[in-house]
Design a protein around this ligand. Structure first.
Ligand code: AVJ
Ligand code: FE
Length: 438
């Protein structure tokens, strides 16, 4: 049994690594050399930096650390260390050119598959259950989502395409009440969970109500039409200062079109799909919308309780719908579509309490900052999570249409600065319970 378990884990690792690599190839082979080395936005690396950085992380952890093998290219570690060079400075570095980068990734992967073959996937925390391989697959997919955001920022003719995201058979709306009580937040059991998701720990959450669906373009339009961007009282002081300085008037990539609005996604300008979740808003915009609507953003614990808590068993699930891996009936993940789906399009993916589309579609801003769970231990490196804890970040949960399932589960924690909008972020609303609801 031990043997076949190990073989199954090896096969799954090989599969997730090659899925990540197919996506990396799609994102980098779809534009020409000039576009690979260009800076499409000062917020983003040139695609060719992400490409070689993916290979370099894989080399550091799997070839050298897990495999104990000789370096493939020890001379380039510094260039691809994210902490050594700001994104805006990366185009000026003596980077590998696209052909060299592709060759480098290929050489690294070849060694990694050999390391995988000879590893018994046990013996220390780095390799137990294939953790380091899972971490590196997640890392590549995270950069693939980042590269997808770079694609969204590039000018010029479209190069990516995908089928339209599903429409809803029945609209989703309203809210779900979760009574006060404890639930188990985070995980100690999920073998590929990253350090910041650990350990599992009980959290008491006061009773709250949370929306069944994320806020839609239709609802967001009503906020704009009500003068939401011009009413300082709806914004926090910092939010208003940012809104003024950045000249925010609508979500990023929206453009006026007569009386209405269009949205440009991956080079295609089209009328807004009103029943899709709003995307490309910053935390300050989400907060102002919430105040206008008389509600608030959920805390991170509320979001996770809504996503995981099963009132019948008292247990926390891996996904809202249970333990099964996501599929196209359950959630809009994996760049299968290049847009969020209409609210109500994934009824099968609802949580035990009936909350929908928590996984996939859009990352959801929470009110919380990025803090360590009690008992947190940085692993295997401080620069994944620890150096960001307590910084000027807000939590995002649930993944987007651009998140691969290997990097998405109801415990997964993402974070970004509250002004960021180039990520695939939207939000849903929550509120405290009234006296008569408690
Ligand atoms: C967890 C998404 C915030 O992209 O900055 C990639 C993931 N860490 N390489 C990021 C990450 C190192 C990280 N986020
Ligand atoms: Fe990285």
């Amino acid at each position: 049994a031990d043997h076949s378990d190990r073989d199954r884990t090896r096969a799954r690792i090989a599969e997730v690594l090659s899925r990540a690599r197919r996506r990396t190839a799609l994102l980098t082979d779809s534009v020409d050399e000039a576009e690979l080395v260009a800076q499409h936005s000062p917020l983003m690396s040139p695609l060719v930096w992400d490409l070689a950085h993916i290979g370099n992380q894989e080399e550091l952890w799997l070839v050298r650390d897990v495999g104990g093998r000789d370096a493939v290219r020890a001379d380039i570690d510094e260039l691809y260390d994210a902490f050594k060079h700001a994104r805006s400075n990366r185009p000026a570095l003596p980077l590998l050119d696209p052909e060299q980068a592709r060759g480098y990734l290929g050489s690294v992967r070849e060694k990694v598959l050999d390391v995988l073959d000879s590893s018994d996937l046990a013996g220390n925390a780095l390799v137990d259950n294939g953790f380091a391989f899972g971490m590196i697959a997640q890392h590549e997919q995270q950069h693939d989502e980042t590269m997808l955001a770079t694609h969204q920022l590039r000018a010029g003719a479209p190069v990516l395409s995908a089928p339209r995201a599903p429409v809803a058979q029945a609209p989703a709306g309203g809210e779900i009440v979760l009574p006060a009580g404890e639930f188990l937040m985070g995980t100690s059991a999920d073998p590929w969970a990253l350090d910041n998701e650990r350990p599992a720990h009980p959290v008491h959450v006061d009773g709250f109500a949370i929306d069944v669906a994320p806020v839609t373009n239709r609802q967001y339009l009503a906020f704009i039409d009500a003068g939401g961007y011009d009413r300082a009282e709806l914004w926090s002081e910092r939010g208003w200062a940012h809104r003024t300085e950045a000249g925010l008037v609508a979500p990023q990539f929206w453009e006026r079109d007569g009386d209405g609005w269009t949205r440009t996604a991956f080079g295609v300008r089209a009328p807004l799909r009103l029943d899709q979740p709003v995307v490309h808003v910053c935390w300050f915009e989400a907060q102002a919308f919430a105040r206008w609507a008389g509600k608030r953003l959920p805390t991170e614990a509320e979001w996770e309780k809504a996503a995981r808590f099963d009132p019948e068993t008292g247990a926390s699930r891996r996904y809202p719908w249970g333990e099964d891996q996501p599929d196209e009936q359950l959630a809009n993940l994996g760049q299968r579509h290049l847009e969020p789906a209409e609210v109500g399009a994934y009824p099968a993916g609802a949580s035990a309490t009936g909350v929908q589309q928590l996984i996939g579609d859009v990352w959801e801003w929470c009110s919380s900052g990025f803090e360590a769970y009690p008992g947190f231990r940085a692993f295997p490196y401080r620069e994944y999570s620890e150096v960001f804890l307590g910084g000027d970040y807000r939590i995002l949960r649930g993944g987007s249409f651009g998140t691969d399932e290997v990097a998405c589960r109801a415990t997964f924690r993402n974070w970004d600065h509250p002004i960021r909008r180039q990520i695939f972020a939207g939000f849903r609303l929550a509120r405290d319970l009234r006296e008569d609801e408690r």
